[in-house]
Design a protein around this ligand. Structure first.
Ligand code: FAD
Ligand code: NAD
Length: 157
């Protein structure tokens, strides 16, 4: 099957956009990811999928923890930065909870320890056990068909 066809089909599923963050040897690493889902309520588990070429893979393997930061509609530039699409090196400041780095302005930050890891083809699926949650006001950044967009509320009266 053609890769482009697969991506086009997956791109029909509108998602939010997250930046995964983790800290190893005092250095924060971040990566844009939309392969995220809620898994279980009891215990509270979530899932992310990280490509085997992503530097983030070994960072999470080392730290055994990560934060899923759900971006707001104002944070497209942050998504592009952490997807390596800007070619720019930027000093970022993070918020901190229990020594875990959080993206400022994210509408939610989900703080996880690795519960399990499963290699799946050219990605590794990490199940995270949720340790803490932080919520902020704001609307989500949306990704659909390989493009960014905004969430539009239904205007029925
Ligand atoms: P790098 O490419 O080295 O880093 C990513 C970028 O973040 C670089 O520009 C780096 O300078 C910057 N950066 C990292 N840490 C910091 C810091 N502390 N301060 C400032 N800048 C920093 N890939 C997946 O594996 N799974 C997904 O679910 C996924 N979803 C995606 C969704 C979208 C919408 C997009 C656009 C991309 C997605 N990707 C996904 C691709 C992934 O984001 C890129 O391949 C990314 O470049 C891989 O990052 P890396 O860990 O290899 O790190
Ligand atoms: P795109 O049209 O390539 O992506 C559309 C959809 O296809 C994505 O939402 C995702 O569900 C799926 N997809 C894309 N690349 C994938 C991969 N390598 N493995 C598994 N699923 C994948 O969108 P785009 O704007 O061209 O993406 C920008 C870059 O980010 C590309 O290099 C793409 O590979 C990467 N990306 C990777 C993932 C991922 O690894 N899960 C997800 C989204 C984007």
């Amino acid at each position: 099957m053609d890769d482009r066809l697969f991506r086009s089909a997956m791109g029909k599923f509108a998602t939010g956009v997250t930046v995964l963050t983790t800290k190893v040897d005092g250095i924060v690493h971040g990566m844009t990811a939309n392969a995220f889902m809620s898994v279980s309520l009891n215990p509270k588990l979530v899932m992310v999928s990280v490509g085997d070429k992503a530097r983030m893979l070994e960072k999470i393997q080392q730290s055994q923890s990560f934060v899923i930061n759900i971006l707001s509609e104002e944070q497209e530039a942050i998504s592009r930065l952490f997807a390596g699409q800007t070619g720019e090196k930027r000093e970022m400041e993070f918020n901190w909870v229990d020594d875990r780095p959080l993206i400022k302005g994210a509408i939610a930050s989900i703080i996880c320890d690795v519960y399990s890891a499963q290699v799946a083809g050219d990605h590794t699926v990490f199940i995270g056990e949720v340790k803490e949650l932080l919520l902020n006001e704001g609307k989500p950044l949306v990704f659909f068909g390989g493009k960014y967009g905004k969430y539009q509320e239904d205007m029925q009266d």
